[in-house]
Design a protein around this ligand. Structure first.
Ligand SMILES: Nc1ncnc2c1ncn2[C@@H]1O[C@H](COP(=O)(O)OP(=O)(O)OP(=O)(O)O)[C@@H](O)[C@H]1O
Length: 496
């Protein structure tokens, strides 16, 4: 049979589509390609761009003949590749709403994978183009992974400032590498050794960034059961290492055998054994772990094996590790508190999550955008009037160069306080808090825990780091943090 060829103007356009299909959706390159495909300029509104692009691609494919008779294998090698990519691009965008709905339902349903009623249609369509059984299953899993990554990066890390745009691009690369075709061919199920270190101030979104990576791993489709093999809610497990005394950390990480130590009345599964094969573990506050635990973690990352406490049975770990800290790892490494070999195991990718201060200084619209997200999360719907009021109040009540030391978490709190009391003074609350604390000390009725929480809280508000408070008080950093958090929760300092 004589192989067909694409008309040259269609080949050019489908070439652009193939480039767009494999480029990062958060990159300026993708925006440029989309505008070329859609045949529109820079002023064309972002919101309408994708539907213009998909419309144009559909039009090009329709012009090649009835869709059910369009087979890439009827074309010469290069044209077949372009055509297949364009068909996949079109199918992916047709399925996007179904996939998003599925992601939301799975989020609500939790740990059991839910049925995917639209999967049979997608598989049938791909097979009608001559895709093999396994190949079409791979594409379906790939579609789902692409959509999850897009969903969690875009929803979890909102922001229009250049540093946020760059962060989203970095996260996408962290999931799919810088070359998605290479990822698709070789790396899709081999990402376990790509560890990630997230750095940034408290409350700036390191947890959100980790969740976006952890929920976006490869999950195969099980055609017999009609669902993906795993719920992505199980593929991301987090542990805040600063919450546990060093005696308990190992057991939380690796689990323990029954009777391994006093109090171990039952066998316990740690995060490493609970993590699914293509999942990820989020080790939050990695800068707080002591050297012996660093050595154990290093061993697991090197050998991919661990033993629960009190057991000699080796278990394999094949997930990814994402670690985060708001401390200066440079200082910790210089002081010997953080091992270099451990650092080098963790740092396949080091991503700096920007502070709210930097974001606001780069783009003034950032505040309004974030307020929109925070308000929607609080009231369950878009409320533009409320957002406008909150923005105006924050601008009126706070100094223009307010530093937002608690970042987005502080912004969330500021919104609640404005809604409750109509006021948020930020830094201006310090003297009042200090006065209240002083008064209560003078009254002489404070318990030691309350006194320490109030004092650590006061110093933390003044100096901004746990290290400095630890230096002044002579307490260790972990204890300082515990008191500062108690002070912030109002536990240690009720009535200030
Ligand atoms: N860009 C963003 N868009 C929307 N929400 C955000 C963004 N950044 C952070 N948040 C929200 O701010 C809150 C704090 O974020 P998160 O817990 O990820 O911070 P963190 O850096 O991990 O803090 P810590 O170091 O104290 O653990 C969360 O509710 C998170 O969803």
């Amino acid at each position: 049979m004589k192989l067909k060829t694409l008309p040259s103007e269609r080949r050019d356009l489908l070439g652009l589509v193939a480039e767009a299909a494999f480029s990062c959706p958060f990159s300026p390159d993708r925006d440029r390609l989309d505008r070329q495909i859609a045949g529109v300029g820079d002023s064309f509104p972002d919101r309408q761009l994708l539907s213009r692009v998909t419309g144009r691609v559909r039009q090009q494919l329709d012009a090649l003949g009835p869709r059910d008779r369009l087979r890439p294998t009827d074309f010469g090698a290069e044209d077949a590749r372009l055509l297949r990519t364009a068909l996949l691009f079109d199918l992916f965008h047709r399925a996007a709403d179904d996939l998003d709905r599925h992601i939301r339902r799975q989020l609500d349903s939790g740990e059991e994978p839910i049925p995917v009623p639209f999967a049979a249609d997608l598989l049938g369509t791909m097979r009608s183009w001559g895709c093999g059984g396994n190949e079409s299953l791979r594409y379906l899993a790939f579609f789902y992974q692409l959509r999850r990554a897009f969903y969690f990066i875009a929803e979890g890390l909102v922001g229009c400032s250049p540093c946020m745009v760059e962060l989203r691009r970095r996260l996408w690369h962290n999931v799919f590498t810088a070359d998605i075709t290479r990822f698709e061919s070789f790396l899709w199920d081999r990402m376990e050794d790509f560890s990630t270190l997230l750095l940034g101030e408290t409350g700036c979104g390191k947890g959100a960034a980790a969740a976006a990576i952890g929920r976006s791993g490869h999950i195969p489709f099980d055609e017999r059961r009609g669902c993906f093999r795993e719920s992505f809610t199980r593929t991301f497990l987090g542990i805040n290492l600063s919450q546990y005394p060093s005696t308990l950390i190992e057991s939380e990480l690796f689990g323990h055998r029954r009777g391994a130590f006093t109090g171990a009345v039952d066998q316990y599964q740690g995060v490493f054994s609970r993590c699914s094969p293509h999942g990820a573990i989020f080790l939050d506050e990695i800068g707080d772990v002591e050297i012996p635990v660093q050595i154990k973690l290093l061993q697991v990352l090197q050998e991919r094996e661990f033993c629960p406490v009190g057991s000699h049975q080796r278990q394999r770990f094949s997930g990814r590790v994402i670690a985060a800290t708001n401390r200066s790892l440079e200082e910790l490494r210089d002081s010997g508190a953080f091992r270099d070999d451990f650092y080098y195991r963790l740092c396949s990718d080091v991503i700096q999550v920007p502070s709210l201060r930097q974001r606001l200084s780069e783009d003034g619209r950032e505040l309004q955008l974030l307020l929109g997200v925070v308000v929607k999360r609080s009231v369950g719907e878009d409320a533009p009037e409320l957002v406008a009021w909150l923005g105006a109040e924050l601008r009126r009540q706070l100094p223009g160069d307010y530093a937002w030391p608690g970042n987005v978490r502080e912004l969330e709190q500021a919104v609640r306080r404005l809604l409750l009391n109509g006021s948020y003074a930020g830094e201006a609350v310090r003297p009042a808090a200090a006065e209240g604390f002083g008064r209560r000390v003078e009254q002489g009725r404070m318990a030691v825990a309350e006194l320490l929480a109030g004092y650590c809280g006061l110093l933390y508000r003044r100096h901004g780091t746990y290290e400095e408070v630890a230096r002044i008080t002579g307490l260790d950093r972990r204890t300082v943090k515990k008191y500062v958090l108690a002070d912030q929760d109002g536990q240690g300092s009720a009535g200030f």
